[in-house]
Design a protein around this ligand. Structure first.
Ligand code: PRT
Ligand code: ZN
Length: 210
């Protein structure tokens, strides 16, 4: 039987459950349970924090996972990217204070940038030959410039409202993300066949959504 890890609570939880349910898979919404047996498909659902999903799938604790591509790219665990799921769209962007006269990436040389995505940002700056100071902080990254902790931030943006209300402007869109289905690379043949049935159902749903 396949086991899929989904976010226990948060932005991706509801749409993950909805996708499964549209695929004819009944999933308990009980967020207190760590694991539950689905109805309508030979599947177990494991409820985790999104941060832990790439590792759980890489280790084979779960065969599959639904998680933001941003988490997959940041964590760097070896997983297969089975399909894009068309929800949870966002980007990770560099933003500076409104008062800065921004003229390009050179601005970031020697600057302090606060982020929860240090690996993605390190790769980006290395590619562009920018030497900046990356400060990793968990949560409330958007307040770092105002409190003097950083000169800029690298954070998730969707509507842009959070940046505006913190006096920041988005200056570089670096990484585009959406929810993806990831798979353990060492699944056996039987599990691969079950996964193919699942992705077939998911693809039909995404097509009908248009
Ligand atoms: O508890 P757990 O660790 O599981 O959850 P979490 O708090 O780490 O993540 P959660 O639930 O906030 O987000 C889960 C995933 O949703 C992310 O990893 C992204 O893939 C995706 N996603 C899509 C977003 C957003 N949109 C988003 N807007 N994640 C976070 N945000 C934040 C953003 O950081 C900003 O501060 O929402 C705020 C508002 O954004 P604006 O631009 O709409 O104002
Ligand atoms: Zn998280």
């Amino acid at each position: 039987m396949l086991r899929i890890a989904i976010q226990a609570k948060g932005r991706l939880n509801e749409q993950s459950i909805e996708l499964l349910s549209e695929a004819g898979i009944r999933v308990a919404e009980s967020k207190r349970k760590l694991i539950s047996r689905a109805g309508g498909f030979p599947l177990e659902v494991l409820y985790l924090r999104d941060d832990d999903i790439p590792q759980a799938v890489a280790m084979g604790v779960a065969d599959l996972g639904i998680v933001g591509l941003n988490e997959v790219a940041e964590k760097g665990f070896r997983v297969e990217q089975a399909m894009d799921l068309g929800f949870g769209n966002c980007r990770i962007s560099l933003a500076v204070e409104r008062t800065v006269a921004y003229e390009g990436l050179d601005y970031f040389r020697g600057k302090r940038v606060a982020t929860s995505y240090p690996n993605i940002l390190t790769r980006f700056f290395a590619e562009k030959g920018i030497d900046a100071e990356i400060h990793t902080i968990e949560g409330s990254v958007e307040i770092a410039p105002a409190v003097g902790m950083s000169d800029a931030i690298f954070d998730i943006v969707s509507s842009g409202g959070t940046l505006i209300s913190n006096g920041l402007v988005e200056v570089e869109k670096v990484f585009y993300s959406e929810a993806v289905l990831i798979a353990n690379p060492e699944m056996d043949e039987a599990k691969r066949r079950e996964t193919a049935q699942l992705t077939f159902r998911f693809n039909s749903i995404l097509e009908s959504r248009g």
